[in-house]
Unconditional design. Structure first.
Length: 59
C-alpha cells in the first residue's frame, strides 16, 4: 500500500470533499460534515487469504 493513498469518501457522511489536515500524517478534513479523521493501515492478518470454491463459499 502506498504511503500516499488517499480516501475517496468521508467515513461519516460519504461526501467526496476531503482535504488533507494539518493535524499530521494521514489526517483528513471533510468540508461537508466538518469532521476530521485519521486513517492508518495496520497490516495484514496472520491467517492470510482463504481459498474459496466457485460458489464463493470457503473450502
Amino acid at each position: 500500500m502506498s504511503e500516499r493513498a488517499a480516501p475517496f469518501y468521508c467515513p461519516y457522511c460519504g461526501d467526496e470533499d476531503l482535504r488533507p489536515s494539518e493535524a499530521g500524517h494521514g489526517a483528513w478534513e471533510c468540508a461537508a460534515c466538518n469532521r476530521a479523521f485519521q486513517l492508518k493501515f495496520l497490516g495484514l492478518l496472520a491467517r492470510g487469504l482463504k481459498p474459496t470454491d466457485r460458489a464463493g463459499d470457503p473450502l
